[in-house]
Design a protein around this ligand. Structure first.
Ligand code: ZN
Length: 410
């Protein structure tokens, strides 16, 4: 019989969690979705179906058909049934969940967060659009801030994504000096918010991570060409402009003492998969060796490449979201590889929650338990003492991210 949680050698049940990569939601938007589809939306495929804007009913039916053979979906169902006190069937857990969620959505979400001790989250506000503001997301997580500043629930911090700014400036049909000045202005304005902990780029979804080193003149020339051609989405002149703007963003990170979050690895079906491997972004990382850059998604599914890079470049950090929670059964093996290769202070927990609030809960539980097993095995094999294992586990769950982003945990 499997040991009870409390009997595990490495017990991380008391550790808070800081989720370094997730997306905001509005409960009103969630309530408007088909309640019978919530289990579909918990899976990687179901979440991707939404985030890539798919509407094809044949694909939606396939997503549903595949669900009950998806390990993650079955685990989530059984665990959530235990949490909600229902039978672990799709209809029973859906009924219990719908009743609890609709009765008081914010209280339901707040209870999920509190149950897994999720003390803070960093929201990537680029998705969904229009942006869910920090205040809206905090309200809908059921978080309250008293007049004396005391926070009850999960605090929301934010990273500002640069691609919506680029799209907004394109619509204004500006000259290059105006465009560039507008972009710089947005970078500086964002930094006024003390709860902004970094900037985010999804250049991996646009022109790929093999970011060049265009000169100012090359950027200006490419911009004129890109604008004249009607902003084509290929890897032509637009790539030169995006590469230039990403390098400007890294300078803003330095200027404003903020962290760069860079999507590295797979994503939803809109990804430019041929140009998103960790090795593709190596040159950019090498050019910025002395400033913190988080590889969001840790290069998943090329995590070994990302781990290698983070093991040689001091300021490259690994975020584990997307791999967590959706690699489910495969989590322990890769977690062991990452923790074995990378200084553990640079390994950060994240869930990439982008659909339903239960993803926060399932992901935090799954990770806590995986860390207990992986670090417990390290103690048994005499790689670590129990104290060292506990410190590393708590670091990955929250402390590393708090230190990096300047977040004070309660
Ligand atoms: Zn994400």
């Amino acid at each position: 019989m499997a040991p009870e949680r409390r009997e595990r050698m490495v017990d991380l049940s008391g550790s808070p969690v800081l989720d370094d990569h997730c997306h905001g939601f509005r409960v009103d938007d969630l309530l408007a979705l088909d309640p019978l589809g919530w289990e579909d939306r918990l899976t990687m495929m179901g979440m991707c179906y939404l985030s890539s804007g798919q509407t094809d009913p044949r694909q939606a039916a396939q997503v549903r058909d595949l669900r009950d053979g998806t390990v993650f979906a079955l685990t989530a169902r059984r665990w959530l049934a235990g949490y909600l006190g229902s039978e672990a069937t799709s209809s029973a857990v859906t009924e219990a969940r719908t009743a609890a969620f609709t009765a008081d959505p914010r209280a339901y979400v707040a209870a999920l967060m509190a149950h897994q001790q999720i003390a803070a989250v960093i929201a990537d506000e680029g998705f969904p659009q229009p942006t869910v503001t920090r205040a809206e997301f905090e309200r809908d997580l059921g978080t309250t801030v008293a007049a004396d500043g005391t926070v009850q629930g999960a605090r929301v911090y934010r990273v500002a994504r640069i691609e919506p700014w680029i799209a907004e400036l394109q619509e204004r049909d500006l000259t290059w000096p105006e465009f560039e000045a507008g972009f710089e202005e947005r970078l500086d304005e964002a930094a006024v918010d003390p709860l902004l902990v970094g900037y985010k780029s999804i250049i991996a979804y646009r022109t790929g991570l093999d970011v060049g080193r265009p000169s100012a003149a090359e950027a200006a020339g490419a911009y004129a060409e890109w604008r004249a051609a009607g902003w084509p989405k290929d890897r032509g002149p637009g790539k030169t402009v995006r590469d230039h703007l990403l390098r400007s963003t890294l300078r803003a990170c330095r200027r404003h003492d903020r962290v760069m979050h860079l999507h590295v690895g797979g994503g939803d079906p809109d990804i430019v998969l041929a140009h998103v491997r960790p090795q593709d972004v190596f040159e950019l990382l090498h050019d910025h060796m002395d400033q913190p850059i988080v590889l969001i998604h840790g290069g998943y599914p090329w995590m070994a490449e990302a781990a290698y890079i983070a093991s040689i470049l001091p300021f490259v950090y690994i975020d584990l979201s997307e791999f967590l929670p959706w690699a489910s059964l495969g989590v322990d093996r890769e977690l062991e590889m990452v923790l074995g290769a990378v200084p553990s202070g640079k390994v950060l927990y994240g869930s990439d929650e982008a659909s339903e609030p239960e993803v926060f809960w399932v992901s935090a539980r799954l990770t806590r338990e995986a860390l207990e097993r992986v670090l417990g095995a390290a103690v048994e094999r005499d790689h670590l003492t129990l104290d060292e294992a506990l410190r590393i586990g708590r670091g990955v769950l929250a402390a590393n991210s708090a230190r990096l982003h300047g977040i004070e945990l309660p």
